[in-house]
Design a protein around this ligand. Structure first.
Ligand code: PLP
Ligand code: NAG
Ligand code: NAG
Ligand code: NAG
Length: 423
């Protein structure tokens, strides 16, 4: 009889799942609930918070693209995904959304949680926005070198700002969260878990992945190359993972800053004595590169996943600063990472220019946040004195403009004629 019974369950299961449920339910122990057992109140807040984030995803829509054809590279097309057009003005809008969604799903953020974050400014502004949306208190721990205009953006979102030396950001944010019972979002560690790399599939809710959005804008023709630097590495990892998961032909290129350890971290899984914290030279490029914060450990201190990177480049900081100006002169008004991206894209374009090549990259935030720093000649002269100051800056600016006009490789040419020794 027992075997008959099992046979019945199995065949019912094969026929329909519902039938299986009906049969097996007879064998469940009855469970009684008392109102005390229910966690509905806090769950209800979380459910509403998630709903509000989805409404925000709708509102975000799609950031526009801006296409550039370098005059001297007739086969090369550079596509900038303009993240400065997001509601909080940078690529961090969609990534703060993803961090908050993750924190809600994991139960780290609940009704009344005070959220803390270590940031160079953009994440703080965007996360401040998400916190305000959910009625949560927010405190940003920022480097003491931060531009005033970035502090104002955070405060506009209702966030509080604590300035600390750049290398102490993570430790202090963690201490503050611990001592107040709040939650340290820790984008360096948690972007690795939070930033999604999935298609929407048949869901009406749109993926927040940048590559997913870009592919639709490119009529589902993947770019040949995608270029971006890394701060936390969350952005590039989410793009790289997406590209690998869905089998895109896109080559993923990390354009690293001069004294960052990421180049070595990706190439060798470690970093050589030639780069690293002990070798970090200020000012670096705000928001990107990894230097003064100790060793890079995946899902601990960085979210950069070397497994999805196909090529690494090293770009001199003063050259990237010059590239910000060269880009602005052709209508691309972007910040530090946009400068790196423009220069790296011209370099890759010059390498491949004999065949049609499409290069995608990011206009990550507006140049208007860097008027008093990377666009200010006095600031450049002072902060980049070690790198050769204005003569080297002007040399790189000319090289990049020339590369745009003639198709020459700007990195090769600049390294030849814009070295400190040449002056
Ligand atoms: C302007 C800008 N570009 C790029 C990045 C780096 O992005 P990610 O931290 O996802 O690597 C940042 C990080 O703050 C940034 O502010
Ligand atoms: C969230 O917490 C506040 C303050 O404790 C409370 O007034 C409110 O009802 C809570 N909201 C939900 C949806 O539980
Ligand atoms: C990027 O978006 C901003 C904000 O909408 C806009 O002002 C700017 O002109 C755009 N840049 C480019 C190069 O399209
Ligand atoms: C990577 O390791 C190799 C072999 O140990 C070494 O020759 C090379 O310089 C390293 N590269 C970097 C960027 O550290």
């Amino acid at each position: 009889m027992i075997s008959d019974h099992i046979f019945f369950i199995l065949s019912a299961c094969l026929l329909t799942n519902t039938a299986f449920l009906v049969v097996s339910q007879q064998h469940l122990t009855k469970i009684s609930y008392s109102p005390k057992d229910q966690l509905t109140e806090s769950k209800e807040w979380t459910r509403l918070a998630i709903q509000r984030l989805w409404a925000e995803r709708e509102l975000m829509g799609t950031t526009p693209i801006h296409v550039v054809f370098p005059i001297g590279m007739p086969n090369v097309k550079i596509v900038f995904k303009n993240e400065s057009a997001s509601p909080t003005g940078s690529l961090k809008h969609r990534y703060s959304w993803a961090l908050m969604m993750w924190a809600l799903l994991e139960g780290h953020v609940k009704n009344g949680t005070h959220v803390f974050e270590a940031s160079s400014g953009n994440t703080a502004c965007s996360l401040g926005y998400m916190c305000r949306l959910l009625g949560l208190q927010f405190t940003a721990v920022v480097p003491d070198t931060i531009e005033l205009v970035k502090v104002q953006r955070i405060e506009e979102q209702g966030g509080s700002v604590v300035r600390v030396p750049i290398s102490d950001r993570l430790v202090i944010a963690e201490q503050l969260a611990k001592s107040t019972g709040g939650f340290f979002m820790n984008q360096f560690k948690n972007a690795f878990h939070a930033e999604e790399f999935h298609e929407s599939g048949s869901s009406t809710k749109k993926s927040a992945n940048l590559m997913d959005e870009l592919l639709i804008q490119l009529n589902h023709t993947p770019p040949d190359v995608f270029i971006h630097p890394a701060g936390t590495g969350g952005t590039l990892s989410s793009i790289g993972r997406y590209a690998k998961k869905y089998g895109l032909k896109t080559q993923i290129v990390l354009a690293d800053t001069q004294f960052s350890i990421y180049y070595d971290y990706v190439l060798n899984g470690t970093f050589s004595k030639h780069t690293g914290a002990h070798h970090w030279i200020t000012p670096g490029m705000a928001g990107i590169g990894y230097g003064a914060m100790g060793p890079a450990k995946i899902a601990e201190t960085t979210s950069l996943d070397p497994a999805v990177i196909d090529r690494v480049l090293k770009i001199p900081d003063l050259a990237s600063t010059a590239a910000m100006k060269a880009a602005r002169d052709i209508g691309i008004n972007g910040g530090t990472s946009t400068g790196v991206n423009f220069l790296a894209a011209l370099h890759i374009g010059a390498l491949y220019k004999t065949q049609p090549v499409s290069i995608a990259t990011i206009l990550a935030d507006s140049g208007k946040y860097y008027e008093t720093t990377y666009f200010d000649r006095n600031w450049i002269a002072q902060k980049f004195e070690f790198h050769g100051g204005l003569p080297i800056y002007d040399c790189w600016t000319q090289v990049i403009e020339k590369s745009f006009a003639t198709g020459e490789d700007p990195l090769e040419l600049g390294q030849k004629i814009c070295s400190v020794q040449s002056f």
